[in-house]
Write a protein that binds this ligand. Structure first.
Ligand code: DON
Length: 311
């Protein structure tokens, strides 16, 4: 199987559709991104890399960061993390507040905004917000083995200035006694993690440990146990695309996490880590063309967690 040929074919086939979907416009830094951008990078377990399009241009990873902060929180707090956040798909929008009241301020899963805010609170334990943000950046640099990864300060500032709904979510959780730190501190961490700027190549590298039983085959670092890697993958599969998670599992069949910047990190366990970027979003806030690209990749390679690939 020639992965470079496959990724080139996908890029070519999607060319006429680039620009489809709706670019996130709640902050100018996202609204001004060229909707025709498209990047894709695949890294296999031997470190071979296959690239297409704008795969070395940094974009705002937004909610894809929730995979990394969850990994960090699990490393710090272990299974007690689950006292603070659940593991069930929400079936509602990423920024929904409705379930929180019924469930006494305990978010459904770590990938909806409320859940990621609870995870930020866990990452803050024992730290100032500045230290926690620095720890997240260092962790992502370590995962990707790339010290050049940074946060876009303009995006972080704009997230803070426009994050009324996230403030509502955090204050609501605080009212249930579900956050240990001040709301401003927790959201400071959350907004900065969302503002991480990464390329598809960097993102694929940083997800490689999830495809390789918890150990990054490029660096030799054991990031998490194989059981934890499987479990993070399970959460990505069931919750990584919000109320579009079922559809993503149906069409792509791989654990994945999306962000409103148009990025998706997908994991083919035992095979590869894949990152795709296309800014136009579908109705669920997931990259429209990015999801299609991953569906085409899954069809061509046979990669799926639901069945053996065709011989
Ligand atoms: O919290 C927000 O609204 C954004 N900073 C990030 C949300 C996000 O990426 C959701 N993904 N589809």
């Amino acid at each position: 199987m020639d992965l470079q040929e496959i990724i080139d074919d996908i890029y070519l086939a999607l060319q006429p559709r680039l620009g489809e979907g709706k670019v996130a416009d709640y902050i100018p830094q996202l609204a001004h991104v060229d909707p025709r951008k498209f990047g894709m990078a695949i890294i296999d377990l031997d470190g071979r890399i296959y690239k297409a399009g704008d795969c070395d241009e940094p974009f705002s990873i937004q909610s894809v960061s929730k995979v990394f902060t969850l990994t960090l929180a699990l490393g710090k707090h272990g299974e007690t993390t689950w006292n603070r956040v659940g593991r069930e798909p929400s079936g509602s929008a990423f920024n929904s507040i409705v379930q929180l009241e019924h469930e006494s301020g305990k978010p459904r899963n770590p990938f909806i905004n409320a859940g990621a805010i609870a995870v930020s609170d866990l990452v803050l334990a024992g730290h100032t917000p500045k230290e926690a943000i620095a720890e997240i950046v260092r962790f992502v640099q370590y995962l990707a083995d790339d010290p050049s990864i940074t946060i876009d300060p303009e995006v972080a500032r704009s997230e803070t200035a426009t994050g009324f709904r996230n403030f509502a979510l955090a204050n609501f959780m605080k009212s249930f006694g579900r956050l240990e730190h001040p709301v401003e501190h927790v959201l400071g961490v959350y907004f900065h993690q969302c503002a991480l700027a990464m390329t598809c190549t960097q993102l694929a590298r940083s997800g490689l440990f999830l495809a390789a039983n918890g150990k990054n085959p490029l660096t030799g670092h054991t990031v998490v146990s194989s059981q934890r890697a499987r479990r993070i993958n399970a959460l990505m599969l069931t919750c990584g695309h919000y109320d579009g998670s079922g559809d993503f599992a149906y069409h792509v069949g791989l654990p994945g996490k999306s962000g409103v910047g148009g990025g998706i990190l997908a994991v083919a366990p035992g095979r590869a880590s894949v990152a795709v970027w296309s800014p136009g979003l579908n109705d669920n806030g997931n990259s429209l063309i990015g999801s299609l690209a991953l569906e085409m990749l899954a069809n061509r390679t046979g990669w799926s967690v639901f069945g053996a690939p065709a011989a």
